[in-house]
Design a protein around this ligand. Structure first.
Ligand SMILES: C[S@@+](CC[C@H](N)C(=O)[O-])C[C@H]1O[C@@H](n2cnc3c(N)ncnc32)[C@H](O)[C@@H]1O
Length: 228
């Protein structure tokens, strides 16, 4: 898919300043968001978790610190390489397996993961339904899906946040990285499913017991679901 190739090369190009800009533009809240995601994903001692779109490893790090064994999948080799290096350096005895693959075609047999997480990745998979069905396929029965993704807050704060996302974020990012990648960030958040639409999609893909957790005034959502 041409679109997937473009996204891959965009992430390959922004890897160097990716972490720095994440922490800067989220005012350091991104650590807290991923920690919350890991708390939702892990409920037994050492589950095997697929962290889809694992990128530079910050989502995998949160999972590893909570006691999971993690398979990290990403389409961008450069992001994955940076993530693997960081995890090896920072977490002693981490059980982390990085694999370059696409979320649309995961190289795993059916029902092999206790949980599947995806932090800020599903928005980049434009055929979201196919990606969700692929996640469903590789999850064990009784397994959990935990998606962490940006959203747009409602009410007064919405317009202020849109201004921040669409004007201020690309402006700040242009000093350190590729401006167009951070313009894409704002437009992809604006174009992504609203929480109630995403819940419907999860249900349509077979997930049940869905709950949502709104963080940072609705700028970020955690979606949790189960495969029965
Ligand atoms: C915004 S980053 C998130 C990285 C990490 N999970 C985090 O919390 O920082 C999104 C990641 O999704 C990956 N990605 C985009 N499309 C993908 C696809 N179709 N399959 C697998 N990974 C994909 C990108 O390469 C990128 O590393």
């Amino acid at each position: 898919m041409k679109e997937t190739q473009q996204i891959k090369s965009m992430f390959d190009r922004i890897v160097r300043r990716y972490d720095f800009l994440n922490h800067l533009l989220s005012f350091g809240q991104d650590f807290f968001w991923r920690k919350k995601m890991a708390e939702q994903a892990i409920n037994d001692s050492t589950p095997i978790v697929l962290d889809l779109a694992t990128g530079t490893g910050d989502s995998a790090t949160a999972l590893l610190k909570s006691g999971a064994r993690v398979v990290g999948v990403d389409i961008s080799f450069e992001m994955l390489r940076a993530g693997n290096k960081k995890i090896k350096k920072n977490i002693k005895n981490a059980i982390f397996s990085p694999i370059v693959a696409s979320g649309y075609k995961l190289p795993f047999r059916n029902e092999c993961f206790d949980a599947v997480t995806c932090a800020f990745g599903i928005r980049n998979m434009h055929d979201t339904e196919s990606a969700m069905k692929e996640i469903y396929r590789v999850m064990k029965k009784g397994g959990k899906i935990v998606i962490l993704e940006f959203s747009l807050p409602e009410g007064f704060f919405r317009n202020l946040y849109l201004l921040y996302l669409k004007k201020i974020v690309p402006f700040i990012a242009s000093f350190f990285s590729v401006r167009s990648a951070y313009e894409y960030l704002g437009s992809s958040i604006d174009g992504f499913y609203k929480p109630h639409e995403f819940i419907k999609l999860l249900e349509n893909c077979g997930f049940s017991n869905i709950k949502t957790i709104s963080l940072s005034f609705g700028c970020v959502y955690i979606y949790v679901g189960k495969k029965n």
